[in-house]
Design a protein around this ligand. Structure first.
Ligand code: SF4
Length: 347
């Protein structure tokens, strides 16, 4: 028996998706097939039409799955670039395909838009690992030390902080602070990497940190790097500052998601080992099909809670339980720490 022929618009959308996804690994053994692309095409068509009807946009972090990134996202990028787009968007509705703290940041930056998160359980081990009261305790223990919070933190934690940072600007902002003691939350490993950076630059600053880590990046080890280097001498090791210092020390390049992408696209190694979330490898595979990647990435279970189905559902229902809200007093103080970041990052 043959199935029903596909509608021409589905065939066309399937072909569009296949063109951008054909170089991307679907799982450890397979790539995206034309058939898989035609299977998801009706959903991407429907969501893209709903966005037009509702004046909605989808912001997608590079760690979500490529069907979202290339099928329906209006903007794709890392926390810093998505924050900028959120603040500039004229949409009535923003669906944030990422994790809760990112959607909250979008709401802080664009309070007039309705901001939705497709799955409220899309947390983050960093932002869930610290509370405002922990920051208040650190401030009481180290009076006068400014608090720098990584963007992977809740609005309450941002509200207790002097300046927010992302992996794109953390080194610059911390180095330029005039104080010689700084409280940095919530990533202990990033704090260790900041200490290493400051030492290398000859900057004398004490960094007080808190115990959180990213469950994805703290899995990488220096042994893994040595093993891969032994197999291929012309291999570039590219890591994120959320990785342990033993890993960043062995890397050829350390940087934010955007900086890692830029490094891969502007260098010419035989192969690349990206010590980060698999979504970024997918983006690089799609956008640079001629480059080769050693598959050692890790999946973030929180980012993978975003699906075409739950994005479609949240657009259709505008479910109030998935609408992101922030207490106005908290929002005002949290926004001040983000605005301080934009000011210092662009100084
Ligand atoms: S990759 Fe790490 S830092 Fe990013 S959302 Fe997942 S747990 Fe949080």
């Amino acid at each position: 028996m043959f199935g029903q022929p596909l509608a021409p618009e589905v065939v066309q959308e399937g072909a569009r998706l296949f063109e951008v996804l054909k170089s991307v690994s679907y799982d450890a053994c397979h790539g995206w097939s034309q058939q898989t692309c035609e299977h998801i095409a009706p959903k991407t068509l429907k969501i893209n039409q709903m966005k037009k009807d509702l004046n909605a946009v989808v912001l997608a972090h590079s760690y979500v799955t490529p069907d979202i990134v290339y099928g329906i996202a209006d903007y794709r990028g890392d926390s810093y670039s998505l924050s900028k787009w959120a603040s500039e968007s004229k949409a009535d509705i923003i669906v944030f395909a990422g994790v809760v703290f990112m959607a909250e940041t979008a709401k802080l930056l664009n309070p007039n838009a309705k901001v939705f998160i497709p799955d409220t359980k899309a947390g983050c081990s960093l932002s869930d690992g610290i509370k405002a009261e922990d920051v208040r305790k650190l401030k009481a223990e180290h009076p006068g030390a400014p608090v720098v919070c990584y963007i992977n933190s809740s609005a309450e934690v941002k509200a207790e902080s002097d300046v927010c940072v992302t992996s794109s600007n953390v080194y610059k902002i911390v180095s330029n602070l005039k104080e010689d003691k700084v409280i940095f939350v919530p990533d202990r490993l990033m704090a260790e990497n900041i200490k290493g950076y400051l030492q290398e630059k000859g900057i004398d600053k004490e960094i007080i940190s808190s115990p959180g880590t990213c469950i994805v990046h703290d899995q990488f080890t220096p042994e893994q790097i040595k093993l891969q280097r032994a197999k291929n001498k012309n291999l570039a090791i590219v890591s994120h500052p959320e990785c342990p210092p033993g890993v960043t020390a062995e890397s050829d390049f350390v940087g934010s998601t955007s900086a890692m992408m830029n490094y891969v696209t502007t260098t010419d190694f035989d192969e690349y080992l990206l010590l980060t979330e698999c979504g970024l490898v997918s983006r690089l595979q799609s956008e640079n099909p001629e480059k080769k990647f050693v598959m050692s990435c890790r999946l973030c279970p929180y980012m993978k809670k975003n699906t075409l189905d739950n994005i479609h559902d949240v657009l259709e229902t505008q479910d109030p339980l998935r609408e992101v809200t922030v207490d106005p007093k908290v929002a005002k103080a949290a926004l001040a720490s983000i605005e301080k970041m934009f000011e210092l990052a662009e100084a």
